[in-house]
Ligand binder design. Structure first.
Ligand SMILES: [Fe+2]
Ligand SMILES: [Fe+2]
Length: 211
């Protein structure tokens, strides 16, 4: 059971803590995650709630992010300690729970997983992970258009390709790469291949039945 989120309350809270451009991005993620959820038969309201709250802690100071993570008992590694901004995903889930009373585990996980992903994450998490990269205000480059096309074909292929897109950016800009991004990428690639194999074998079975 999902507690209905007071959207206006969230928007008012965000408007005091997040610049206007980031609000545009947040609304884009809310819409895109909802669209993807509908496309794949998932809970659209949950995806929209996760999208709306996913960057709530985006502008929290590094020290606060580290404090929140420690208080929550989250495991910190060398990459997170060197780059606490990555913790804004987990911190946003904490804000969703503590400020807005979100108790739905799937919504909280989708918020927490939006930056690094996580192997075996739910399909709802996949929608927010993808939406964060492809929402309309991110631009219209050929790479983004290819990701948007992939997102309506196969959810796992889109997660894998979104991870590749992020990894390329991190390599080009000489940024730290968190191991979870790589683990998410490999898991999604495996899931995409499995779903393609299942589709192929189903097609073969249908062809045998109808021949
Ligand atoms: Fe984010
Ligand atoms: Fe975001």
């Amino acid at each position: 059971m999902t507690l209905a989120l007071d959207r206006q309350n969230v928007l008012a809270w965000l408007s005091n803590r997040v610049p206007a451009a980031r609000i545009t991005h947040i609304l884009g993620v809310e819409q895109t995650a909802g669209d993807l959820a509908r496309r794949y038969g998932l809970d659209e309201a949950k995806a929209r709630s996760a999208g709306l709250l996913h960057d709530a802690a985006k502008y929290f100071k590094p020290q606060l992010l580290l404090q929140m993570a420690q208080k929550e008992g989250l495991e910190l590694d060398s990459v997170l300690e060197a780059h606490p901004h990555l913790l804004h995903a987990d911190a946003s889930a904490i804000v969703a729970r503590d400020e807005f009373g979100v108790v739905d585990r799937e919504i909280l996980d989708a918020i927490a997983n939006h930056t690094l992903g996580r192997p075996n994450m739910s399909q709802l998490s996949c929608t927010v992970f993808i939406a964060d990269t492809i929402e309309p205000s991110r631009g219209n480059t050929a790479s983004l258009e290819a990701l948007r096309e992939a997102s309506v074909q196969n959810l796992y292929a889109a997660v894998w390709q979104t991870s590749d897109y992020s990894l390329k950016y991190l390599l080009e800009t000489r940024c730290y790469i968190h191991p979870r991004t790589v683990l998410t990428r490999n898991w999604a690639l495996q899931m995409a291949r499995r779903s393609t194999q299942t589709e192929n074998s189903t097609e073969k079975s249908i062809a045998q039945i109808t021949s």
